[in-house]
Design a protein around this ligand. Structure first.
Ligand SMILES: [Zn+2]
Length: 282
């Protein structure tokens, strides 16, 4: 019998087998998905708003920023900070727990969500939980959390916002490695220029235990990283130091799952689109 720790991104315990390890992973509202632009329903959801997420606010909060290799990805945490994202028709404020990334063994693949069938080079996930969990439960029913997905493509120039943690990548080469960052990584700087155009749907956490009732927000515009920056992800290991063989941390992404009966909405942002409507999602 395989247990929770047994999942991986390849072979016998890879994504094709997660449903056998954890039945929830074979359920009907899983993430990621392929986002088909022409099928996304244009609506007016409003802009996201950010409180406590800027560099100044993170510094003032006396945050303790850490970069962690958890064996599946690298994640950045700001322990002690209080970065809250709301707006965008989210049912309340959501405190950022951490962000992590998924990437490929080369830049032709690596994102979890795909756009019209196209894979991008990587994807950043900002994972949040409700600031008023009990109130939210009674008000809107079962929502397990919310994740913002930012797609990453390779461009000509490097992205300095991402260097604020990538510069420390050699300190977290192996599973279980943790290092303190000298400076905070402002969440808002990780976003693309256009923060108003995004997709919205109900899905799941993209790794076991694959919890559903997760509100997904996937930014329409990718951000660009240089190939040199992408290569810093690929020298990391999924293995602990000294393990044999050492397994590279690459292709740590789940392929798109069936959409089934779900609807994908598209916030129109600043577009003038006569077809857009207002919907109550939660
Ligand atoms: Zn993720």
């Amino acid at each position: 019998m395989l247990n929770m720790q047994a999942w991986s991104y390849s072979g016998e315990t890879g994504p094709q087998h997660w449903g056998r390890i954890i039945p929830q992973c074979a359920s009907t509202s899983q993430s990621p998905i392929d986002i088909v632009g022409r099928d996304a329903v244009p609506v007016e959801l409003g802009d996201l708003s950010f409180v406590g997420c800027s560099e100044r606010e993170l510094l003032d909060s006396g945050h303790n920023a850490k970069l962690v290799n958890d064996g599946h990805s690298i994640q950045v945490r700001h322990d002690g900070a209080n970065c809250v994202i709301s707006g965008g028709s989210l049912p309340g404020g959501y405190k950022v727990d951490h962000f992590h990334l998924h990437w490929g063994s080369d830049s032709s693949k690596g994102s979890e969500h795909t756009l019209d069938g196209k894979e991008l080079s990587a994807e950043l996930h900002i994972v949040m939980h409700s600031t008023e969990y009990e109130n939210q439960r009674s008000a809107v029913g079962k929502v397990n959390g919310t994740v913002i997905g930012i797609l990453i493509e390779v461009g000509q120039t490097s992205n300095p916002a991402y260097d604020k943690f990538l510069d420390y990548h050699k300190d977290v080469l192996y599973r279980g490695d943790v290092t303190n960052l000298d400076h905070p990584v402002p969440i808002i700087d990780l976003f693309p220029t256009d923060k108003s155009s995004y997709y919205r749907y109900m899905g799941s956490v993209t790794s076991p235990p694959c919890f559903e009732n997760v509100i997904w927000t996937v930014l329409k515009e990718p951000v660009q990283l240089s190939e040199t920056q992408m290569e810093k992800f690929r020298i990391l290991y999924m293995s602990e130091a000294g393990a044999s063989p050492l397994v590279r941390m690459v292709d740590n992404y789940r392929p798109p799952q069936p959409l089934n009966s779900r609807t994908v909405y598209r916030n129109c942002g600043n577009e003038t689109d006569s077809a857009k409507t207002t919907v109550k999602l939660f």
